[in-house]
Design a protein around this ligand. Structure first.
Ligand code: ADP
Ligand code: MG
Length: 212
């Protein structure tokens, strides 16, 4: 744990209050090192072990940047598996509890397509999903990412290992270049560095060794 409290950050007051009610007092190291840059609008590559608190790091960045009055898909969070996407969506819903009328939608493979299309017709602010299914929706025209200004790649190393590189490339080609990009990973192999170079703008790199 860092010694820093979330209240040292320029976050919406309702986010800070909700963190208190969640019992999150101090930031973990990866949160303390990445959130100031994320909130300032910079691209960040953050490397840290499982359990280091990466979800709240990018989740708070996404929620701080979001304009809930604009009912458009403003953030896309890509995860390697449905289980991880569900966990991320659950944590972001908790972090977002004090933001009224926020709509967070998960789009993962292994789930029927039709209901996802129905949900997309109703609209969302944030999409959390797996690359294959997001690519399918883009291909069918049931999802448009023209208003996305924040892209998060969570567990980027695992997404690569699972063979999602081509899907991720295609998805990124459908998102405006004028955006903020956050890349979170447990490891940082050369392939990830290459991808980061292609899709990010002067990223700040943060590495945390321990768990908290
Ligand atoms: P990672 O994605 O790095 O593996 P998670 O985001 O899943 O880690 O977080 C691990 C656990 O730590 C979760 O149960 C989460 O609720 C908790 N957690 C994250 N940040 C904090 C914090 N600042 N204070 C207390 N608990 C936290
Ligand atoms: Mg994680």
């Amino acid at each position: 744990m860092s010694q820093l409290s979330f209240s040292t950050l320029q976050l919406k007051p309702e986010l800070i209050q909700n963190l208190e009610s969640m019992g999150y007092q101090q930031m973990t190291d990866i949160q303390a090192q990445s959130l100031p840059t994320i909130i300032a609008g910079g691209d960040v590559i953050a490397q840290g072990k499982t359990g280091s608190g990466k979800t709240a790091a990018f989740g708070l960045g996404v929620l701080e940047k979001l304009d809930v009055k604009r009912f458009r898909i403003q953030s896309l969070i890509l995860c390697p598996t449905r289980e991880l996407a569900d966990q991320v969506a659950k944590e972001i819903r908790k972090l977002a509890r004090a933001i009224h009328n926020i709509k967070i939608l998960t789009l993962c493979g292994g789930m029927p397509f039709g209901p996802q299309v129905g949900s997309l017709e109703h609209g969302a602010h944030i999409i959390v999903g797996t690359p294959g299914r997001i690519e399918d929706h883009l291909g069918k025209g049931t999802l448009k990412l023209d208003d996305v200004n924040m892209l998060v790649l969570d567990e980027a190393d695992r997404m690569l290992e699972m063979g999602f590189q081509a899907s991720v490339d295609f998805i990124i080609s459908q998102i405006p270049q004028q955006r903020q990009t956050l890349l979170f990973s447990a490891t940082y192999p050369a392939e990830i560095a290459d991808i980061a170079k292609k899709i990010m703008q002067s990223p700040t790199k943060v590495t945390v060794e321990g768990n908290h």
